[in-house]
Design a protein around this ligand. Structure first.
Ligand code: ATP
Length: 636
């Protein structure tokens, strides 16, 4: 707050009032952000950038925010940048007069095509200085590139990229190329972006006066409001105009959860047994539900079933994958239901034997544009929550009310849709029996939920606890890790990566912390496929936000792009690995032993990986289980 109070916004402005914001205003901010790993400095730099835009050209704030998040639309629209290197290199060659082979070679050496682009552009002798690129033009260009489809789309894309490149100067071409690759990677996390947006709006509308303490409180309140509103309506298309046009106090009333904009699902915390659940939930009403092993699915229904959309846990539009669900859905709705949002799990299901099939069967189902007649894997939906009903958001309603709404709005239909099997009890024996029943019914165990709490989008909440059979067997939960480095294979494995360096995510430092190496248990085929998927993400050096121990540098560093679910034997304190560093023992991290790859989690992004705090929790839980079992060998 003190830093903001002394900022002279006019000094940040480099363009006339009302004129379009130059792209250079943003890239200068990107440079500042890339130059620090300190969260507060990142937020301050971006706040200054947004304040200047708000003061002079507020209609450019929306494209600015999108460019910062390296997206061209809200996540559920599914528009991706991710332009292939081949097109980018060709476009660069065409517009810098350089040879493709030379560009490629420099790219391989530098590991950053953006840097090659910036160097190539600045080496060009220009007859005329190009007219400055505007931020709005860059965003419009990106959007057009992302939506280009059909015949000749590659040429169109190249033409559009060329247009941007010839007007770019200084560090701009570098950021254009990196953005188009879909890896801006300046270390700007969404939470910092939201904080900066809130601070800028507050300072712009309410000034920086009133004393440092009062200002700090005001900024904190604005930040909390913006983050809350965005968690319930994750669309900048709705949030940013509301921030620009209306007082901050009106935000919560104006930007609300509605069908068509999925929220990130509420998540559960791991526990190590029935006793822990009973202790955590002592004194409150709770319910246990089967934990189905499929894919999380948020079903948005409007107009009595005429408009249906299905979203994954990452807000990806899954509607084209499940035409069977879409066509059956109108038949599931109770009378009088016009709009509803259902949270549930879609699982592979055999209607003949009325049994749930394993996740592996579901994952064989085609991902896109499935024709009803081609479907080989039948699915059923197990619904467990209702987030919206007939024009009213239920996110702030307790589970008891949401469950009643769900039971009233949906009619169970054998083989198509059912409610998660649930039981309410406080009896240890009864709960243990229910857990066994859940496992016998081909589910993973139970999710235990308090009845009086609200739905918290994207939160791994203390109000939902996972009780998996695996935990009780002492092998603990699985880990979702991100490969951030790779080692060249030897002998038969030469030509592919033979082992990987794995990391978890630490939201506090917005960094990736190493947790283990993984080099065994792969099939040849798997090794080939993994290497092929990750090779394009090789880097010249580690990202500044990678936290690794001395002597841990792999042969090749990788961008954090993939999430792998691994199972491990146990966790131990490590002097080298950095996961949860300092959380369990001062100066030390945690590592996992004997990890084994279970599956690639296509439905998770790297920031959804297991967090440092979760690793620390799992380490402590392991200690509790060990204590309960007594000395080794005495357990059963
Ligand atoms: P997480 O979703 O917690 O990040 P994950 O995807 O690895 O982790 P698990 O930890 O195995 O999954 O369990 C949580 C998931 O279980 C939920 O995201 C949801 O998809 C699924 N699930 C199945 N049944 C239920 C239920 N009755 N209530 C809530 N979630 C359920």
């Amino acid at each position: 707050a003190a830093r903001y109070a002394t900022v002279d916004v006019d000094k940040l402005v480099t363009w006339p009032a009302g004129a379009p914001v130059p792209y250079g205003h943003l890239t200068a901010t990107f440079e500042a952000i890339a130059g620090t790993t300190k969260r507060l400095e990142i937020i301050a730099a971006l706040t200054g950038c947004f304040r200047a835009i708000l003061a002079r050209s507020p209609s450019d704030l929306l494209p600015a925010v999108y460019l910062c998040s390296n997206r061209v639309g809200p996540p559920h629209e599914g528009l991706e940048l991710g332009v292939g290197d081949a097109i980018l290199i060709r476009a660069l060659a065409e517009n810098t007069g350089r040879k493709e082979a030379a560009l490629k070679k420099e790219y391989e050496e530098a590991g950053d095509l953006g840097a090659v682009a910036a160097a190539s552009r600045s080496a060009q002798r220009l007859l005329f200085k190009p007219k400055p690129l505007t931020l709005a033009a860059v965003f419009a260009g990106f959007r057009e590139i992302a939506t280009a489809a059909g015949a000749k789309s590659q040429e169109r894309k190249r033409g559009l990229i060329g247009k941007l490149l010839v007007s770019s100067q200084g560090e701009e071409p570098g950021y254009i190329i990196r953005s188009l690759q879909g890896k801006l990677r300046i270390g700007l996390a969404e939470q910092s972006l939201l904080a900066a947006l809130a601070h800028a709006a507050s300072l712009h509308k309410e000034g920086a006066g009133g004393g440092t303490l009062a200002l700090a409180e005001r900024l904190a309140a604005a930040e909390a409001a913006v983050k809350q509103v965005y968690s319930e309506c994750p669309s900048f298309d709705r949030l940013v105009p509301a921030l620009v046009d209306h007082p901050l106090g009106e935000l919560e009333g104006r930007v609300t959860f509605t069908p068509g904009v999925p929220v990130k699902p509420m998540l559960a915390k791991a526990t190590n047994g029935v006793a822990e659940v009973l202790e955590k939930f002592s004194g409150c009403e709770f319910t246990c539900e089967y934990k189905y092993d499929g894919e999380r699915c948020q079903i948005h229904v409007q107009q009595g079933g005429k408009v249906v959309a299905l979203y994954s846990r990452n807000a990806e539009d899954q509607t084209p994958k499940f035409p069977d669900v879409v066509s059956r859905l109108p038949g599931w709705l109770a009378e009088g239901v016009d709009s509803v949002v259902i949270d549930g799990e879609v699982v592979a299901y055999d209607p003949a034997t009325k049994t749930i099939k394993p996740f592996q069967i579901l994952s064989t189902r085609a991902r896109k544009d499935v024709e009803l007649s081609d479907i080989k894997v039948s699915v059923a939906v197990f619904a467990f929550d209702c987030l919206y009903l007939n024009g009213r958001s239920l996110l702030h309603a307790p589970l008891s009310e949401r469950r009643a709404a769900l039971y009233g709005a949906v009619k169970a239909k054998e083989g198509e849709v059912g409610f998660a099997t649930a039981k309410t009890s406080r009896d240890v024996e009864e709960l243990a029996a229910f857990l066994n029943e859940a496992v016998a019914a081909s589910t993973e165990g139970l999710i235990v939920k308090t009845m009086h709490d609200v739905y918290q989008p994207s939160r791994r909440s203390n109000h939902w606890l996972k009780l998996k059979k695996d935990y009780l067997d002492g092998c603990g939960d699985t880990f979702d890790v991100v490969p951030i480095g790779a080692y060249y294979g030897k002998g038969k494995r030469s030509g592919v990566y033979g082992a990987y360096l794995l990391a978890v995510y630490d939201p506090d430092s917005e960094g990736y912390q190493t947790i283990s190496k993984l080099g065994t248990g792969f099939s040849e085929e798997q090794l080939g496929a993994l290497a092929e998927a990750l090779r394009p993400h090789a880097l010249a050096g580690p990202r500044p936000y990678y936290q690794f121990g001395e002597g841990q540098a792999p042969d090749v560093w990788l961008d954090p792009v993939a999430v792998w679910e691994v199972k491990a034997a146990d966790l131990s304190v490590s002097p080298v690995h950095q996961a949860a560093r300092g959380l369990v023992e001062p100066g030390k991290g945690i590592s996992i032993r004997f990890p084994r790859l279970l599956r690639v989690r296509e439905d998770k992004s790297p920031e959804d990986a297991t967090t440092a705090a979760q690793v620390a929790d799992m380490y402590r839980a392991q200690a509790v289980v060990a204590a309960q079992r007594g000395p080794a060998g005495d357990g059963d």
